[in-house]
Design a binder for this molecule. Sequence first.
Ligand code: 3H9
Length: 688
Amino acid sequence: MAMYSRLPGSVALITLQNPPVNALSAAVRQGIVDTVQRALKDPKVTSVVICGQNGKFCGGADIREFAGPMLGPPLVPMIHAIEAVDKPVAAAIEGVALGGGLELALGCHYRIAHSKALLGLPEVTLGLLPGAGGSQRLPRLIGLTAALDLITTGRHISAAEALKLGILDQVTDNNVVDQAVEFVRRVAGQPLDSRRLSTLPCPCPPDVDSLLDKAMVKGMEKERDLLTTLFNSGQARALQYAFFSQRVVGKWSLPSGASWDNSAARTISKAAVIGLGTMGRGIVVALALTGISVVAVETQEKQLAEASQAVPAMLQREAGRRSLATPPGVISFSSNLQDVSEVELVIEAVFEDMSLKLQVFRHLTSVCRPGTLLCSNTSGLDIDQLAAVTQSPGLVVGMHFFAPAHVMKLLEVVYGPRSSPEAVATAMQLGKRMGKVSVAVGNCPGFVGNRMLKPYLEQANFLLEEGATPQQVDEALEEFGFPMGVFRMSDLSGLDVGWRIRKEAGLTGPGVESTRTRQGRRYSPLPDQVCEAGRLGQKTGRGWYQYDGPGGRVARSDPWVHIFLEAYRAEHGLVARSIAPEEILERCLYALINEGFNILQDAMAAGPEDIDAIYVFGYGWPRHHGGPMFHAGQVGLGRILERLQHHHHNHPDVPHLKPSTLLRRLVAVGSPPVQTWREFINKERVHS
Ligand code: 3H9
């Protein structure tokens, strides 16, 4: 776990060995303690270099160990012991020095890095603080202001920035270990006191009073106390779970047995996007930023002219934001569908209308060369129906992007019953290349994200009927941590999107009776009536709120909405009651979570991590609550079941409140931790 070697001359080389990122597991820490001792005792050794194997210095403490009791030598005394060594110790940093990895390097007397290395203290993103001396040594090295920026943002910085800040002593384009060895040979014998960061005073700005100096003296103790508090906090557990769930979804598997490790992906270099509305434009930019040549097709001349102006500007802006000198991909615009005949993959992004999409797919299958992958950016339509009109149904998958597609991290890759493993693997890999968190999901109405959103929206509307205002509902959800409550979010996305879907489902529209029960279940016509009043959200300047004008962004309470709600309740004989924020959260969130359990039961998502990653990366679910399924585990499955039973009892005409069978089964077996549900579900499936 830490290999010791004596290099010719008098340098000892300690190599951390814990693939893939040389995390500081108990065994690695033990290895470091032992090898440092060995170097210290060997009279022939005058200096020491610590490096990591396989081009990575160290990714920090082993996050997997946080869930259990800490075994092996603790990190803090280990780093202190390195700092105290009386032979110069240098960290040779390649790849990454993050969290505990950088803290280890700060305990060394010198730091030499490769020019491509990344450094940082990302603990804050895991709900922790740099608790192995990082919060103390870094300010002493580079000053409070710069250190606070790195500690509070958790951002990764380049070697060049680290050199400028004073974290590094040297940056090289050559072999970093050779460079570090040469460096320590040169400095051997020089005094080390000024290199022991924990003993130095903190260079404070002149306006910081002496109190702060005193606080710094107590810093190491305070750091330990605070870290202990954080380690035991629910938020830290949730953030660490979110770190792993983001990685778990990359290891996708389908009910057929196909999975990431047994399915080959094709590497795409030429793609086409059909339809250049908001979504299509974002997808073109996302592909071009990945270095893919894109044929961007729009059959309506006016829309094409607008897009061919807007897309290059978007691309330039985004490339600038990502510090790319020139956007790597080439885009050609066309109004002719025939021009996609040479590409390897097509993403259809036309209006969300099945007959239009079918028409496009029929056309594509006749113009594309055999073997072309055909993908649809639908947000919930049936992929299988689209596949059925093509010559190769196995090559059809859904690629559900989220607006704006070049910014939002989530991609749902939707497989139908006939989608081939190769098609799924290719779409998943393409998503990864675009920097997305790609999640493989089954083909059902709304897929995973929008299917769960339906009961959530439905409850929000019912709460308005019963007496709440849009502000009260939004405030409860925003207090929970969503960046935007459900009504503010609906205004932003446009209220007509859901209205059109409800019309297509025969739930509203001419000839449909205006009752509060439709298709055998409770229905709220409120959102339809808001649309009928011409209020479509931000784009019309009015929706559930009022805005300064069409396109306005600042939501203000609208007296019209309050009068409208009162009139509605009076018409239907509803008596408004005061509704507590707890009930708002339970009704909205538990209905959404319940649908998540149904999705797992139907095998439309492979595991709870998939659902949680979708909600964190695509729907603004607060990361410090891990995701809806993780949250259910934290609240307690028994409690969720009891509250759903309670609300279903009060609203028997709302099927979404009826507790899912899977939830009942999990409670019956003692509410096991979320990390074990996948296995439980698979076992149940085998036995059923
Ligand atoms: C800390 O240090 C606390 C201390 O201050 C105080 C303690 C007292 N541990 O991301 P990838 C796994 S907190 C365990 O796909 P990349 C990861 O799960 C820590 N496992 O690769 C995945 O496993 P699998 C502060 C880790 O090349 C595999 O490695 N450090 C850890 O895209 C590959 O990961 C951080 O927050 C870890 N520390 O990115 C850094 N790191 O193959 C967290 C990774 O089974 N890590 N794994 O799915 C990262 O940001 C990225 O992994 C990194 C590499 C940039 C290093």
